[in-house]
Design a protein around this ligand. Sequence first.
Ligand code: NAP
Length: 244
Amino acid sequence: MPARTILILGGTREAAVLAERLNNHEGIRVVTSLAGRTENPAPVAGEVRIGGFGGADGLAAYLQDERIDLLVDATHPFAARISKNAAEAVAKTGTQRLVFVRPEWKPSPADQWEMVDTTQAAAEALPADARAFLALGGQDLSAFSGREDCWFLVRMIDPPSAPLALPAHDIVLGRPAGDPLEEEELLRLHAVTHMVCRNSGGVAASAKLVAARDLAIPVIMIRRPPRPEGELFSALDDLVAAIG
Ligand code: NAP
């Protein structure tokens, strides 16, 4: 019988690393929750459950049914709804909640970033005739559907199940390359003039920003949505130490 059960709200690389680290702790049962958005999620240590909970109430019921002692919200900085639900659910159940948030990317003097608050604002910020690399989630693309005067490059992990609601575009399948030179090659190959991305932070997706800087491509950077208050950690070592 484990002494503590920890629910990690995951779907990020850091959540998987955290599960791996906590899974080695004696007396801890680790359950990672995934939304089920990707067809072949990377393997995760410990137990995994997949799919929504049914809002904050559903999550609160799950916390009680599974006797969760600690909820760690390690979801993506732009996954605003689940983070809000988590804050509401623990307020109902009295479960302890810790939050891991990746540090934001910061521009260097050589970067040309225009900061905007929403995907819609990013779509409006593109100049006519732009060839824009949209480094965004599939759910964000519809904001660009009215920009008939632009061309788009979209990178997706899985092929889309229906045609994208975008004017002229190409799709490249795969994850972000870790090597800026590979990202530069992609941008050059498609004669990209602008990049649109969200300030997700993290190492895995930062190579494209180095590539944009090296090619002097302007970046329209979408700021993070607000998150609920909570005990925040931006380093996994500190979070693991706090869990004990
Ligand atoms: P979201 O908009 O915040 O959440 C929408 C709904 O999806 C939630 O209300 C919840 O459904 C369900 N959900 C989200 N994360 C869940 C999780 N970890 N476990 C169980 N259910 C979850 O979320 P999203 O932006 O679609 O992101 C979904 C997942 O992908 C998250 O785990 C996130 O960490 C990961 N991810 C997101 C992004 C991104 O750009 N947003 C990027 C990389 C990874 P119910 O209300 O039914 O519980």
